[in-house]
Design a protein around this ligand. Sequence first.
Ligand code: PEP
Ligand code: MN
Length: 336
Amino acid sequence: MIIQLNPDIDNGQKEAIVNKINQLKYSTTEVKTQQGDYLVGIGKSDFDIREIGFMPGIRDIHIVSDSYKLVSRKWKVDYTSIDLGDGVKIANGDLAIITGPCSIEGEQQIKETLEHCRENGVKMMRGGVFKPRSSPYSFRGSGIEGLKLWYELAKKDGVKIVTEVMQVSQIAEMYDYVDVFQVGARNTQNFNLLDELGKIDKPVMIKRGISGTIDELLYSAEYVFSGGNEKLILCERGIRTYETASRNTLDLNAIPILKEKTHLPVIADPSHGIGIRKHVEPMALAAVMAGADGIIYESHCIPEEAMSDGQQTLDFRESAKLISRMRKAHELKKVF
Ligand code: PEP
Ligand code: MN
């Protein structure tokens, strides 16, 4: 059960509602976000919603049978859109395009990528400065200095920064320079990190865990939402299966399933999803047709020289072609 509280509810009214719910054998958790004040009730007993619905202080009450609650579409049918400012949005019915290198490497590379974004009308750039690498000997990112440099260069163009945060202590140092905090696939169930991201008022994009189920991804989002931050984006980035011909298996099924289950925007990452440069385009187009609200993919001025993930990274010519084809696919999708 989700109870939306009136903004002007007083403590006495809140206490009366909590007592009433507890009598019905439901536990309650109060959730305060920048958008609203909710009581999430967890329990099984059957009751007449009118017993509570008329209590003072309640704006609306919803029975949500899913075990995740606040991210469920069963109480919020209208899709959530994420506003990054300056007219940049990630929203249902739109196609958000986010491109950039796997890793931020240096000034020249940042400038060339921003130029590529500008030429193609892309308003969101991705790039890692703290890189989760399977081997400790691989390049692990340019760190906070790389982020500051990127921020200085990107703000001139109004390009938004999407980058991964790996641990709690990085949130504060990154905060002023980031538009969307990315939670990587290796951290999808880092509940301490999710709790802390619930306390901030910047958007968080959560990638699906390497072997994570769709429901586990939704629970991760529920952590952030119930921690106080509703600005969430989900990302299907491929899961580990028995298949070895591709890096991961981009689970296109997840896109329509998530769009049905949750009101949050759903984007896809075909670069990590398949891991093979020449196959990124068809998977990106398929994800658009499957209903993704956006695509995040890797591009680089010279992919062969990229410090990470070059094998799945498009050069700018391929990237420009993909952007134009994704936009066409998105127009076509609207006709259906
Ligand atoms: C990335 O986006 O570069 C990345 C490391 O992604 P993932 O967490 O999906 O592996
Ligand atoms: Mn990568």
